[in-house]
Design a protein around this ligand. Structure first.
Ligand code: SF4
Ligand code: SF4
Length: 681
C-alpha cells in the first residue's frame, strides 16, 4: 500500500512528535526538584486504581463511562494502528499470533470492532456535553471539537477499511462474526463497483493511518496531552497526608541568603507542578465543586491551573534557554518569563479567595493539586511583599503578641474550665489523655460551650485527662494557610517543645477543633512532634461504643450534619460524628445533597475566618446554610468551632435563628445523664 509514502508519513509524524515531546521534556526539567520516587508499590497500586481503573471518573457516571471506553479503546486500537502502518509496507502484514487466521487474531478483530463502536459512542457523548448541553464546567473551544472529530474520523475510517475489504471478497459481503462492525458496514457497500471499493479501502486505510499521527502531534499542544501525562501524573501524586503542607525548609537561612520565600516565578514550581499543568484535562470538575467559584469569586481552580499552564507555554523557549532554570534568585529583571506571577498572570484576589477546602483536589481525576500552589504563592505575597488582605493583619498581630488570632489575653486561656475541676498537665502529669483545646474553643463565648460539653462528657465517662492551660498556644494553622510560614513555624517549634516536654508523644491528644487536629497530627511531625491525635468525634463515639457514655435520654429531633473539610476531606473522618449522633435514641441524622467528601466548605478555612469575603460576591456560609436548610432540619450539627460560627451566621442571615446550631458534643451531652456533681459546673 505505498511503502515509500508510508515510510515518509511515519518519519514525518514520529519525527515531529519526538521534537515536540523533547521540548516538553526540557520544559518539565525547568521545574525545581521534588522527590516523587518513593514507595513504588503504593504508587503502582494507586496508579491501577485511579490511572487505569479511573475510579474517580465514576463521580460523573456518564462522562466517566464515556471516558473509560475511549481510554480502553485507545489501548486496544493501538495495536490496530501498528498493524495498519505495517500494511503500508506489506499488505498481508500482521503480528504473528494476531494474524487474521489465528484464534487471537479473530478475538482481537472482534474486540477492536467492539471498541471502535464504543469509542464512537464515547466521543458522541462528549460532543453532546459540549455542543448540546453546553456544560458550564467544560471549555467550549474549537480544539476540543477538532480532537473529537479526529477521534470519530479515525474510528469511521477503520471500519470503512474493513467494510470495503469484506465487500470486495469473492464470496461477497457476508457477515463475519469476528468483524461485526465491518460486516454490517459492508452491506450497503456491496452495491458499489469494485473500483469504488478499492478507493474506499484506500481512503479508510490512509485516513486512519495518517490521523493517528496527526492526533499524536496535536497532543503536546492541547489539553489532550493528558493522554500521555495522565497516568504518570497519578503515579507521581503526593503520598503525604493531604493535611501536610510542605514546610519552607531552612526559613531563616533563606532569609539571610535573600532567597525567595514562597513562589514568585513560574520556574520556582516543581517539575511535578509542571506535570500537573501539562495534565489538566480542562474537565472543570474542580471548579464545579469549588465554593469560591460557586459564590462568584474570581477563583476557579481550573482557570488557575490553565492560566499558569498558558504562561508556561508562552514562555517555554525563554525558560528552556538556560538563563536561570530552577534558579530562585529574587528581583524582577524585566524579562517576561521571570515576572511575578501575581503581576498579570494570577490576580491576588484569586489566591485570597481559596478556603483550602480541597473539594477541587478530591474531584480532580488526574490528581492535580492546588492548595500547595496557592499557599506557596500566598507565602511569597505575605513574606516578600507584605501584601495580604488588611483584616489578616490583626490576626497576625494577635498571634504574635497574644498567641491567638483574636488578641485575647493568654492568661484567660483556661478560664472556660473555671469551677469544672479540670486539672492542668502540671497538676496531673500522668494523665493518659491531653485535651488540646485550641484558640477559638478557649476564648470565644459560644465555642467555649463546645469545650465545656466535651470536658463534661469525658468526666462523665471517667476519662483521666488534663489540659495545658496557659501553656497552650495557637497551633499556627491560620498563619500557615494565610502564607505566613515564618509565624507558623514559630508556633510549631514552641508547641512541639511544650508537648514533648509533657510527654505528649506517649499520650492521646484529644481536640474538638479539626484545624488543630490536622496540624498536630499531620504537620508537627516536620518539627519533631509525633503524636496520637484524636478528634473529639472519634473519641466520643468510642466512649459510646465502649459503654462509658450512655446516651439514654431520647432526642426526637431531625439533625442535619455538616462535614468539616479539615476533618473529612483532609483526614477521612466522616463516620465518627455521625456515629456519635446516631447513638442517641430517637435522633434522625439527615444528609444534605452535598455531603461527606462532596460536602461544601463553610467558608472559614484557609484563614478566611479572619478576612472579609471578596466584595460583590455571595457568601460561602450562606450558600452552605441554604444547602443544609433544604433538608428541613430541626437542628444543624457540626464538629468544628469554625464551622459553628459560619453556620450560625448563615442561619441568622437566612432568618432561621429558630434552628439551633450545635456541636455534636453538645447534642450528645443532652442525651447523656450527667451526674449532679457535674451538672452545675
Ligand atoms: S481548595 Fe477549595 S476553595 Fe480552594 S480552589 Fe480548591 S475547591 Fe476552591
Ligand atoms: S485541574 Fe483536574 S479537575 Fe480541574 S479541570 Fe483540570 S483535570 Fe479537571
Amino acid at each position: 500500500m505505498g511503502p515509500i509514502f508510508m515510510a515518509l508519513l511515519l518519519l514525518a509524524g514520529w519525527g515531529a512528535f519526538a521534537y515536540s515531546a523533547s521540548r516538553r521534556w526540557k520544559l518539565l526539567r525547568v521545574g525545581t526538584a521534588d522527590n516523587r520516587f518513593d514507595q513504588p508499590g503504593r504508587r503502582i497500586r494507586e496508579t491501577f486504581r485511579y490511572g487505569i481503573a479511573q475510579l474517580r471518573m465514576r463521580r460523573y457516571p456518564l462522562a466517566g463511562a464515556a471516558h473509560m471506553v475511549i481510554f480502553l479503546g485507545f489501548g486496544v486500537l493501538l495495536l490496530r494502528s501498528l498493524i495498519l502502518w505495517g500494511r503500508g509496507f506489506d499488505e498481508s502484514f500482521s503480528f504473528w499470533l494476531f494474524a487474521p487466521e489465528q484464534f487471537l487474531g479473530k478475538a482481537y478483530s472482534f474486540l477492536k470492532d467492539l471498541f471502535a463502536i464504543l469509542v464512537i459512542f464515547g466521543a458522541l457523548v462528549f460532543v453532546y456535553f459540549r455542543v448540546v448541553r453546553r456544560l458550564g464546567r467544560l471549555t467550549l473551544n474549537a480544539e476540543g471539537l477538532i480532537i473529537l472529530g479526529i477521534i470519530l474520523a479515525m474510528m469511521v475510517a477503520d471500519i470503512l477499511y474493513d467494510a470495503a475489504t469484506i465487500a470486495r471478497a469473492s464470496s461477497g459481503p457476508g457477515f463475519i462474526l469476528y468483524e461485526p462492525a465491518g460486516s454490517i458496514a459492508a452491506v450497503p457497500l456491496g452495491l458499489l463497483s469494485d473500483a469504488t471499493l478499492v478507493f474506499l479501502r484506500h481512503l479508510g486505510f490512509w485516513t486512519h493511518s495518517a490521523l493517528v499521527l496527526i492526533f499524536l502531534n496535536l497532543l503536546p499542544y492541547s489539553k489532550h496531552f493528558h493522554i500521555i501525562t495522565g497516568v504518570p501524573n497519578v503515579y507521581f501524586q503526593s503520598l503525604q497526608p493531604p493535611g501536610r503542607l510542605p514546610p519552607i525548609e531552612d526559613i531563616e537561612g533563606k532569609l539571610e541568603r535573600e532567597e525567595t520565600l514562597g513562589i514568585r516565578r513560574i520556574d520556582q514550581f516543581s517539575w511535578k507542578a509542571i506535570l500537573d499543568f501539562y495534565t489538566c484535562t480542562e474537565c472543570g470538575r474542580c471548579s464545579d465543586h469549588c465554593p469560591a467559584t460557586k459564590t462568584g469569586k474570581k477563583l476557579s481552580p481550573k482557570h488557575f491551573t490553565l492560566d499558569l499552564r498558558d504562561f508556561l507555554y508562552r514562555n517555554a523557549d525563554a525558560l528552556t534557554a538556560g538563563d536561570g532554570n530552577g534558579s530562585v534568585a529574587g528581583g524582577a529583571d524585566g524579562r517576561e518569563h521571570h515576572k511575578d506571577l501575581v503581576d498579570g498572570v494570577i490576580d491576588p484576589e484569586v489566591l485570597w479567595a481559596c478556603t483550602t477546602c480541597r473539594a477541587c483536589e478530591e474531584e480532580c481525576p488526574v490528581f492535580i493539586s492546588y492548595v500547595d500552589k496557592i499557599v506557596d504563592m500566598r507565602r511569597y505575597l505575605v513574606q516578600e511583599r507584605s501584601e495580604f488582605p488588611p483584616q489578616l493583619q490583626s490576626a497576625f498581630r494577635g498571634m504574635e503578641s497574644n498567641a491567638n488570632p483574636w488578641s485575647f489575653s493568654p492568661a484567660d486561656r483556661a478560664n472556660w474550665a473555671d469551677g469544672m475541676g479540670i486539672r492542668t498537665i502540671a497538676e496531673n502529669p500522668d494523665a493518659p489523655v491531653l485535651f488540646w483545646v485550641g484558640c477559638m474553643p478557649s476564648f470565644d463565648e459560644r465555642a467555649k460551650k463546645i469545650t465545656q460539653a466535651t470536658a463534661r462528657l469525658m468526666q462523665q465517662a471517667g476519662v483521666d485527662f488534663a489540659i495545658l492551660g496557659t501553656d497552650e498556644q495557637c497551633t499556627g494553622d491560620p498563619a500557615r494557610r494565610a502564607g505566613n510560614e515564618f509565624l507558623y513555624q514559630m508556633f510549631a517549634k514552641a508547641n512541639v517543645e511544650v508537648l514533648n516536654g509533657v510527654g505528649a508523644d506517649k499520650k492521646t491528644i484529644v481536640t474538638s477543633c479539626p484545624h488543630c487536629f490536622n496540624t498536630l497530627l499531620n504537620e508537627y511531625g516536620d518539627f519533631g512532634g509525633h503524636y496520637r491525635v484524636v478528634h473529639h468525634s472519634t473519641f466520643l463515639s468510642q466512649l459510646i461504643a465502649d459503654g462509658k457514655l450512655r446516651p439514654t435520654n431520647p432526642l426526637s429531633k431531625k439533625v442535619v450534619f455538616h462535614d468539616s473539610c479539615y476533618l473529612g476531606r483532609y483526614n477521612d473522618v466522616y463516620d465518627a460524628p455521625r456515629e456519635t449522633l446516631a447513638g442517641i435514641p430517637g435522633l434522625t441524622v439527615l444528609e444534605p445533597r452535598q455531603t461527606r467528601d462532596r460536602g461544601m466548605c463553610c467558608g472559614a478555612g484557609g484563614a478566611q475566618m479572619f478576612k472579609e469575603e471578596e466584595p460583590g460576591t455571595q457568601r460561602v456560609n450562606i450558600e452552605r446554610t441554604q444547602q443544609l436548610l433544604e433538608t428541613n432540619p430541626e437542628v444543624v450539627a457540626s464538629a468544628c468551632p469554625f464551622c459553628m460560627r459560619m453556620l450560625t451566621d448563615g442561619l441568622a442571615a437566612k432568618g432561621r435563628e429558630d434552628i439551633p446550631q450545635l456541636d455534636i458534643a453538645e447534642v450528645l451531652l443532652e442525651a447523656v445523664q450527667v451526674p449532679q456533681s457535674h451538672a452545675g459546673a
